[in-house]
Design a protein around this ligand. Structure first.
Ligand code: MRU
Length: 364
């Protein structure tokens, strides 16, 4: 997608073929910075502190992290240690484990001197596949928006967090149908949940949509139910960090409340799901998906642009109170109208997921 008219992906290999560059998302939306990653440790740090974030992009960065590790130490021990170092960076998005397992299985049979170039090429392939998966998700979701637009003129979509191109290699998942609708001339408007505590909606989704010229309005996280009650939301579309085999959807904290409000107001609630985000090993998402607990400082402080042009954290919670920061929640499958995958829209159920991805299930 475009930044000031220039096409970017969120991650790309460097021309010298020895490193990778990312858009440092901790600086957005106030500053646009590109950062070069040269080592596995730098890739791990980028994931941990959320310079890169979003399930698909975490997976792609981890794959490149394995490649960078092979540059320094391509032995079996080097491979095992890179796998462990990257796996422990964040617990919830299953794309991380998916990418690391893919890379390990691909690299282990190769001789150590082949591993760096093979890993670098494999990472680029995973990134390209991510772009194609997201393009297809958009193509399958587009008719949902088109049919509302044909009935009503304008289509109002509510989204939570950032499941945009910054959360993937390109296109995004939840934003892919939106970008494709906008590109086709459909009058699409997006309600952007600010998504406290880290503000991925207000900071990242709003920035992206602005760059692409998609009409949007940022709302506080608590506004969605009110807007749905008053007919201002035609459909909710979110991304996901992990979907269990029974179709339960784990996503950024607050998604579950949007699904409840959507159900009460007969608003369709769709989740864009790339197949690497399915965790076939987990039968019940509500009880089994690990939920990341993050630093209290993300709740008590908020990066802010002050009137003198400086960006600094501002305290937004009174001192002396306990603070909790669960970063994700799980929406039960029964509240999900459909999963928009690269193979089409499927029901959030064990049977439908298994039928749509029967070749993947058999690999487990
Ligand atoms: O903590 P984050 O910013 O990595 O969480 C991101 C989300 O929850 C996204 O909605 C999800 O990864 C889907 S991204 C296509």
């Amino acid at each position: 997608m475009k930044v000031d008219g220039v096409s970017y992906r969120s991650i790309w290999p460097t021309v010298d073929g020895e490193a990778v560059e990312i858009i440092d998302q901790t600086s957005l939306p106030f500053d646009f910075k590109v950062k070069r990653l040269e080592t596995c440790s730098e890739a791990a740090e980028a994931i941990r502190v959320m310079r890169v974030r979003g399930a698909p992009l975490i997976g792609v960065t981890a794959a490149y992290g394995m490649a960078l590790a092979m540059h320094a130490d391509s032995s079996d021990a080097g491979l095992a240690s890179a796998y462990e170092q990257l796996l422990e960076t964040r617990p919830t998005a299953v794309n991380l484990r998916w990418a690391l397992e893919d890379m390990r299985a691909y690299l282990l049979p190769l001789s150590p001197d082949e591993r760096f170039s093979a890993a670098y090429a494999r990472s680029a392939k995973i990134a390209d596949e991510d772009v194609e998966i997201n393009r297809r998700i958009g193509a399958h979701g587009l008719p949902l928006l088109r049919s509302v637009a044909e009935r009503k003129g304008r289509v109002n979509v509510l989204t939570h967090c950032n499941a945009g191109w910054l959360a993937t290699t390109d296109w995004g998942t939840a934003t892919s149908p939106i970008y494709q609708a906008h590109n086709e001339g459909i009058d699409v408007h997006v309600w952007v949940d600010e998504t406290r505590p880290r503000n991925q909606g207000a900071f990242l989704t709003a920035w992206e949509l602005n760059q692409h010229g998609v009409p949007h309005t940022v709302i506080v996280d608590n506004a969605g139910g009110h807007l749905m009650q008053h007919g201002e939301v035609d459909l909710v579309i979110t991304g996901t960090d992990r979907v269990s085999a029974n179709g339960d959807v784990c996503n950024k904290i607050g998604t579950y409340l949007k699904a409840l409000a959507a159900r009460d107001n007969n608003v369709p609630f769709y989740v864009c799901l790339p197949s690497p985000t399915i965790d076939w090993r987990i039968a019940d998402g509500v009880s089994e998906i690990p939920i990341e607990e993050r630093d209290a400082r993300e709740v008590t402080h908020l990066d802010s642009l002050f009137e003198d042009g400086k960006v600094a954290p501002a305290r937004v919670v009174s001192t002396g109170s306990d603070v909790a920061n669960p970063a994700f929640d799980v929406t039960p499958a029964r509240l999900v109208s459909g999963l928009i995958t690269e193979r089409g829209i499927t029901q959030a159920s064990r049977e439908s997921l298994a039928e749509t991805f029967c070749d993947n299930v058999s690999q487990i």
